[in-house]
Design a protein around this ligand. Structure first.
Ligand SMILES: N[C@@H](CCC(=O)N[C@@H](CS)C(=O)NCC(=O)O)C(=O)O
Length: 228
C-alpha cells in the first residue's frame, strides 16, 4: 500500500494520475495546505520542504523498511521504476523522458506558479511581473508545441513526462494562454485529458469537494513564509 500525501493542486494531480494509470492501491492522506497542515511535524518528517505531494511506500521493491519520497518528479520516477512502466529502459528514450520531466520540474512548474501568483493572488497588480511570467509561459508553451510536432506524446510513448506536464496546462486560461495558438499542444492536451485514468484523477479531486485553497486567510500562510 502507498500513502499519498495530497492536496487538489497541479503537483498533487501528477501523482493521482500515475497511481490511477498504474492501478496501484493507495491511501489518500489529505494535507490542507490552505490551513497550514503542511507544517505538521509528522508531515515534515516525510516532506521537509513543507510541500505536497509526498508518498510513503509500505512495500518497497527492496522489501526493506517503508520508504518516503517528496518532490513530484522524484515520486513519478520512483513509481515508474517500481512498476516498470511509463519510463522506458532504452537509454535514449529514457533520457528523452527525463529531460522533459526535469524541464517541467525546473521550468514549467515554477514559472507557471509565478504566473498564477502575480496574475491572481498578489495584493498589487504589478505589470512588469505579470508581463514577465505571461511571456515566459507563452515561451514555454511554444517549446512544448514544437516538441509535440509529429508526436502523440512528449517522448515516444505516454510517460511520466506527460503526467508531470498535463496538470500545469489545465489552468491555461488563467495563465492568459489560448491553446488555439499552440495546435500541437492542443491536440496532445485533448488526448491526455481523455485518458480514463486522467479523468478519474480529476474526478477524485472534484469529489473531495475541498474548500478553496487560496483565501485571504490562507494567503498569509502560503505567501508569507520565511525561515521556519
Ligand atoms: N517542486 C515541488 C513543488 C510542490 C509544491 O509547490 N506544492 C504546493 C502545492 S502545488 C504546496 O504544497 N504548497 C504548500 C506551501 O506553499 O506551503 C514538487 O513538484 O513536488
Amino acid at each position: 500500500m502507498i500513502d499519498l500525501y495530497y492536496w487538489t493542486t497541479p503537483n498533487g494531480h501528477k501523482v493521482t494520475i500515475f497511481l490511477e494509470e498504474a492501478q496501484l492501491n493507495y491511501d489518500l492522506k489529505l494535507v490542507n495546505i490552505g490551513k497550514g497542515e503542511q507544517f505538521d511535524p509528522k508531515f515534515l518528517k516525510i516532506s521537509p520542504n513543507n510541500r505536497i505531494p509526498a508518498i510513503v511506500d509500505h512495500s518497497p521493491t527492496d522489501e526493506g523498511e517503508p520508504i518516503s519520497i517528496f518532490e513530484s518528479g522524484a515520486i513519478l520516477f520512483y513509481l515508474a521504476k517500481k512498476i516498470g512502466q511509463f519510463l522506458p529502459t532504452d537509454i535514449r528514450v529514457e533520457m528523452e523522458v527525463m529531460q522533459w520531466l526535469f524541464w517541467q520540474m525546473g521550468g514549467l512548474g515554477p514559472m507557471l506558479g509565478q504566473n498564477h501568483h502575480f496574475n491572481q493572488y498578489a495584493p498589487e497588480k504589478i505589470p512588469y511581473a505579470i508581463n514577465r511570467y505571461v511571456k515566459e509561459t507563452e515561451r514555454l508553451y511554444g517549446v512544448l508545441d514544437e516538441q509535440l510536432k509529429d508526436k502523440e506524446y512528449i517522448a515516444q510513448n505516454y510517460s511520466i513526462a506527460d503526467m508531470a506536464v498535463y496538470p500545469w496546462i489545465v489552468p491555461h486560461q488563467r495563465q492568459q494562454q489560448n491553446l488555439a495558438d499552440f495546435p500541437n499542444l492542443k491536440r496532445w492536451f485533448e488526448t491526455v485529458k481523455n485518458r480514463p485514468a486522467v479523468q478519474k484523477a480529476y474526478e477524485i479531486a472534484k469529489n473531495l469537494n475541498t474548500e478553496a485553497t487560496i483565501t485571504e486567510e490562507s494567503k498569509k500562510i502560503l505567501f508569507g513564509q520565511g525561515r521556519r
